[in-house]
Design a protein around this ligand. Structure first.
Ligand code: IMP
Ligand code: MG
Length: 180
């Protein structure tokens, strides 16, 4: 059994290995090339959690694209507060652009669902949502997610960009909260 990690007061156990994540990311990149290979899309990654996923995914997307970031927050500790705040907003003109939102994880869906109307107001040509992880049983909104890396149960995870109260983002693999 591989090693558990302690972050603040909680213990986490290994869940998805980095090499498994990279394999799935390559599959998503191939699918995106089929859809956007000649469209010069703009990836819009939602900080903080998606920075590692965005870095790995964009580097295997071998077609022309731009990368930008916005910063939205909804989480405190291990639960969603249900309130989304914008810390860094949209910086560029997205009129007529194919926009691909990159999320680390879609949990309740509050973050994306709250942000979509703001994005639509900028008149992009299309909006797609790509999330490395999704917790379908936690979803509270009718969201259509174009590509999901892994569907996971409704359990708190850290690593590969995801944090628990600020820590754990640097872990190469994804870890899941250990029960009991
Ligand atoms: P949502 O708004 O409920 O969909 O939550 C989205 C955001 O909450 C994600 O982008 C993460 O930053 C954070 N989040 C949700 N679930 C987890 C988790 O299991 N671990 C770490 N962060 C999470
Ligand atoms: Mg996030």
């Amino acid at each position: 059994m591989s090693k558990t990690v302690k972050i603040h007061d909680l213990v986490f156990e290994p869940y998805v290995k980095n090499r498994v994540i990279q394999k799935r990311i390559k599959e998503i990149a191939i699918a995106l090339k089929g859809e956007f290979g000649d469209k010069k899309p703009i990836f819009l990654a939602i900080l903080n959690g998606s920075f590692v996923f965005a870095a790995d995914l964009t580097r295997v997307c071998d077609f022309e694209h731009e990368v930008s970031f916005i910063k939205l927050t909804s989480y405190e500790g291990t639960t969603s507060t249900g309130k989304v705040t914008t810390q860094i907003g949209l910086q560029e003109d997205l009129t007529g652009r194919d926009v691909i939102i990159l999320e680390d994880i879609i949990d309740t869906g509050t973050t994306i669902y709250t942000f979509l109307p703001t994005l639509k107001k900028t008149n992009p040509k299309s909006i797609s949502v790509v999330s490395l992880l999704s917790k379908p049983s936690a979803l509270k909104y009718p969201l259509s997610i174009n590509h999901i890396g892994f569907e996971i149960p409704n359990k708190f995870v850290v690593g590969y960009g995801l944090d628990y109260n600020g820590l754990g983002r640097n872990l190469k693999d994804i870890y899941q909260l250990k029960e009991g």
